[in-house]
Write a protein that binds this ligand. Sequence first.
Ligand code: PLP
Length: 399
Amino acid sequence: MVKTMRDPTGWMKNEFQKLVDQNLNWVIRELQGPSTPKAMIDGKEVIMLCSNNYLNLSNHPKLKEAALKAIESHGVGSGSVRAIAGTMDYHLELERRLAKFKGAEASLTYSAGFTTNEGLIPQLVDKGDAIISDELNHGSIIDGVRLTKATRFVYTHNDVGDLERVLIEAEKENPPKMLIITDGVFSMDGDIAPLDGIAKAAKEHGAMVYVDDAHGEAVLGKGGRGIVSHFNLTHHDVQFEMGTFSKAFGVMGGHVSGSRDMVNYALNKSRSWLLSGSHPPATAAACIAAIDVLENEEEHVKTLWENREYFVKGLQALGYDTGFSQTPIIPAMCGESSKAVELSNGLFKEGILALPIVFPMVARDKARIRNMMNSGLTKEQLDVALTAYEKVGKQLNII
Ligand SMILES: Cc1ncc(COP(=O)(O)O)c(C=O)c1O
C-alpha cells in the first residue's frame, strides 16, 4: 500500500493564512470587565461604541440581583432540554411576561436569536412553498432559509414595490404557503424595514410575515416594545415577531411571539428548541428583570434616542455621511475598506472602540465604522468621541 503524504488538517492553516493575507481575519480584543459604556479593552480604558447593550441593562442592579437570586434558589444549570426536564418555572414566567410585553397571545424562548431563526424558519415552509427574503437579511435568517426546501425569492432591500413584483412571480407556481421574512432594523445600515407596507402586501397575497427584530426591540415602539408596536400592527398582521435577549435586553437568548397555535407548533417542531439545553435559571431570571425595567423605567429608551440624535448630528456637522441610519445603529461611511480600518485604529488610539465593517460584509466601496449608541453614555463622553472622529477623520481625509 502506498503511504499518502497528505496532511489531513493542513488546509485549515492555509485557509486562515489566506484570510490574514487579505486582512479579513478577526483579531479578537479582550474585554477585561463588564460591557459598560466606558470599558477596559486590552488594558486600555475606552468609550464603547460597538456594543449591542444599547440600554446598558447588562449592568443594571435589578438584573444582577435577579440572576444571583435564581442561582441561590435554582442552581446554575437547568439539567436538560426544555422538552424533557429543563423547563423551570423561570422559563415559563419569562414567556408569560414577554407575551404580555409584546401584546401577543404567546411567546417561546430559544437559547439564542441565531438558533431561533435556524430552528424555526425551516419548519414554516416546505417543498413547493415560497420563501421571500429581503436581500440584506441577517446571516442567521439566510442560514434558516437555506435549510428549507421551499423555492427562494429575494426582493430589493426595503422595496415594497419589488416585494409585490416577487409575490406575483412566486404565485405563478401556486405555492400552498408563502412566507415573507425581513430584519426589523438592518444591522449594517440601521434603517427600518417598512413593515406596514410589507404586512399590507402580505395580506393582499395571503402570505405570512416573519420579522427579526433583534435590533429593534427595547429600542423601537411604545416603551421599547419593538417594531410591531412601532408600526401599530398586531400579530394578525405579523405572525412571527422574532427577537433576542442578547442585545438591548442585556442578557442572552432568542424568542418568538405571536399566536398560541404558532407557539404550540414551533416548540414541537424546532430542532434547535427540542434538542438543545435550556437557559440557566439566572439567564431567564435576568431576562424577566429586563422586562420589569423596561415596563417601569422609561428613561433608558428615551436617553438612548436622545444620545442617538446628539451623536448623529455631531457626526454630520463634522462632515461624515451617516448613510441610511434611522436608529441607534449609526454608520460613519468611509469608502474603501482600508480607510475604515485606519479610522478604527486611529479612534482606538484616542480611546474609542468603534469597529470597521468592510468587504465582504458590505460592498467594496461602502466600508464604514458602525457606531452603536448606548443610553449609558454621557454627553461629555459623546463629545470626546466626536473630537476623536474629527481629529482622525481629518488626518485620513475622510472629512
Ligand atoms: C438581525 C439579527 N438576528 C439575529 C441575531 C442573532 O442573535 P443572537 O446573538 O441572540 O444569537 C443577530 C445578532 O447578531 C442579529 O443581528
